[in-house]
Design a protein around this ligand. Structure first.
Ligand SMILES: Cc1cc2nc3c(=O)[nH]c(=O)nc-3n(C[C@H](O)[C@H](O)[C@H](O)COP(=O)(O)OP(=O)(O)OC[C@H]3O[C@@H](n4cnc5c(N)ncnc54)[C@H](O)[C@@H]3O)c2cc1C
Length: 609
């Protein structure tokens, strides 16, 4: 075992982790970034469409309008103080990225180019606005490369291919993490004054997902096992346009550029569901509309998918119909949606310039996660009691600026805004704080768990992929776009059975120590199962429909009883208990409505798009 000591340990090297690392180091902290992937392979690099900021480069725009869209898009569960910070800080955060060298697309005048995106409007919902700043359709890739370069320049220490498997607590504070070095199988202890989790989402809980194979929710699971609650886990976003059968994401930027959703009859069905902004309604609304069309027999060829059409002839027809002067051609589409065309040709054999793309909703984004305040400090309860030394930012965190449904482009904003705030807070904290000592035998419990996995494999018969497949099917069918009580309860039962089999019957091949990805994949499955269980349990309890959580047995939003966040605690004093410890749900954390207190337009009302 090796021990390393740094002021700040950042777990995860996506946009949130790198931004936090950069700012903590600029504030004078000695920073280590620990990542199971090589940094530039993080999922942030897959983000295509853009990053939202009210720059107003084409038309008038204001941060307050951005905050309004965020609150409305979040179906009024977003904490309004957080949405305000998100929208206000977005403007200089994007300009700062530009100054760091991020090659944004340009307007003819040389300003940062902006495109439309779902749910983003001007003047409190009046009409769609061009708010998404983009570098073609590889914005996330550019953010990641830019931030990584800046971190290298600042001498941030990178521990790449170190898989964090436990978090260390002592004297009521977080004191670091335990990681397994992939190349050697050795345990490494990272001892820090401050530890920030930026490990991304867990879309791999579902069968059809846009998320990378690595998005298994490790960071959320390890802190949950050590007593940190999970906030708002019932809210998981399905993006409407995943490539049929594969889930690979086709960016909302396609609709932002004028792409249209069509059913079997060639109808632009979004006109019926969102008369005002049609195909650019928020994601939960569009995903449900697609399911409705499929149920009504309007799927293409009787199957469960519809078409997304970006062929210039189609786009121009609808642009003309809407009285717009803008027109597109093949060359333009090929330039601004280069990655998309490539993905479609490679994975579906479809050339979007010649034919419509087959799409279905795909599990995309965790609105819930590790609860934090607006400075990325982890909080433990409805009183916002801070857990000293622990921070979280990015998709793994729940600030909650996205509420019940995130708007497109707002995740990239979240990463850089709250990653930056977290980094600044850490720099401040480590100047004053001393190191809290490590607990005795810091790796004992996690080593015992890995030894158990290793020895159980000799007698087990089920492979991780088999259990994973079953979990994904159950969650897709019962805790997906449409939900009912019995289905969700069945999901809880099934996930618990799967976890029993995980403990008693799991097997895998590799018995070695170096690059034992078999073993780590088995361990990741344990994280997915824990998060699937919390998701299903939290979903059963919320007896209303709001944002991404849509219940057929409770179809209305219930503001009287449910303007509260869910905090789910696992009741066990052991990180790896046998059996099924209770999950205790607390519904006492109210939604922040500070903007509504000043401006009635922010008060909850029915969402009409
Ligand atoms: C295909 C796709 C397209 C998207 N497009 C957009 C878009 O256009 N605009 C937008 O706003 N949002 C978009 N999103 C969402 C957005 O990209 C993500 O929410 C965001 O990038 C998450 O960033 P992150 O920094 O939180 O984590 P990630 O970028 O996912 O990085 C996670 C990091 O954690 C590390 N990690 C995880 N587990 C461990 C562990 N156990 N030990 C050590 N390290 C660990 C990984 O190595 C990685 O470095 C898209 C998402 C997808 C999947």
């Amino acid at each position: 075992m090796q021990t390393h000591q740094f002021d700040a340990i950042i777990v995860g090297a996506g946009g949130a982790g790198l931004m936090a690392a950069l700012y903590a180091s600029m504030g004078g902290a000695n920073v280590a970034v620990v990542s199971k992937l090589y940094p530039t392979r993080s999922h942030t690099g897959a983000a295509l469409g853009g990053i939202g900021a009210a720059l107003g480069n084409y038309e008038e725009d204001k941060p307050l309008w951005h905050a309004y869209d965020t609150v409305k898009g979040g179906d009024y569960l977003a904490d309004q103080n957080a949405a305000k910070v998100l929208a206000e800080n977005a403007v200089d955060a994007v300009i700062e990225l530009e100054h760091m060298g991020l090659p944004f697309d340009r307007t003819p005048e040389g300003r940062i180019s902006q495109r439309r995106f779902g749910g983003h409007t001007s003047n409190f919902g009046e009409k769609p606005v061009r708010r998404a700043c983009h570098a073609a359709d590889r914005t996330g890739h550019m953010i990641l490369q830019t931030l990584y370069q800046q971190c290298i320049k600042r001498d941030v220490r990178f521990f790449d291919e170190f898989h964090v498997v436990d978090v260390l607590m002592n004297q009521g504070a977080c004191v670091g993490v335990v990681a397994i070095q992939l190349g050697s199988g050795e345990y490494h202890v990272f001892h820090g004054k401050a530890t920030l989790f930026a490990t991304g989402g867990w879309g791999r809980v579902w069968r059809i997902t846009s998320n990378a194979h690595t998005l298994t929710g490790d960071g959320a699971a390890v802190v949950y096992r050590r007593g940190v609650p999970m906030e708002d886990m019932e809210f998981f976003q399905f993006h409407p346009t995943g490539l049929y059968g594969l889930g690979v994401l086709l960016t909302e930027g396609i609709r932002g550029e004028g792409g249209i959703l069509l059913n079997r009859k060639g109808e632009r069905f979004m006109e019926r569901y969102a008369p005002k902004i049609k195909d650019l309604a928020s994601r939960d609304v569009v995903s449900r509309a697609i399911y409705h069309e499929v149920r009504a027999g309007n799927g293409i060829n009787g199957k469960d998918y519809v078409h997304l059409d970006i062929r210039p002839a189609t786009v121009n027809r609808y642009l003309a119909e809407a009285g717009e002067t803008r027109r597109v051609d093949d060359a333009y589409i090929a330039r601004v949606l280069a990655e998309t065309l490539d993905v479609c040709r490679t994975f579906a054999g479809v050339d979007p310039l010649r034919e419509a793309m087959p799409i279905q909703p795909t599990a995309h984004y965790a609105m819930g996660g590790i609860p934090t305040n607006i400075d990325a400090e982890v909080i433990m309860d409805e009183h916002e009691t801070v857990l000293p030394g622990m921070y979280a930012a990015g998709e793994v965190a729940c600030v909650s600026c996205h509420g019940a449904n995130r708007l497109g482009t707002n995740s990239l904003v979240d990463l850089i805004v709250f990653g930056r705030r977290g980094g600044m807070k850490i720099a401040e904290y480590v100047k004053k704080a001393d190191f809290v000592p490590l607990p005795a035998n810091p790796t004992a419990e996690i080593e015992a768990e890995f030894n158990r996995l290793r020895s159980a494999r000799a007698n087990g018969k089920t492979r991780p992929y088999q259990l994973r497949k079953e979990m994904q099917a159950v969650m897709m069918d019962n805790v997906g776009v449409f939900r009912v009580e019995q289905g969700m309860k069945d999901a809880v039962t099934s996930v618990r059975e799967l976890r029993d089999r995980y403990r008693s019957d799991l097997t895998f091949d590799d018995t070695g120590y170096k690059f034992n990805t078999d073993l780590l994949e088995a361990w990741e499955l344990g994280c997915l199962l824990d998060l699937a269980e919390v998701t299903a349990v939290s979903s059963v309890a919320r007896t209303e429909s709001r944002g991404a959580h849509f219940r057929e047995d409770f179809q209305k939003r219930d503001d009287e009883n449910w303007m509260v966040h869910t905090l789910a605690y696992r009741k066990s004093d052991q990180p790896y208990p046998a059996g099924h410890p209770d999950i205790e749900l607390n519904h006492k954390k109210p939604v922040d409505t500070s903007l509504a207190a000043e401006d009635p337009r922010f008060a909850p009302k029915e969402r009409v798009y």
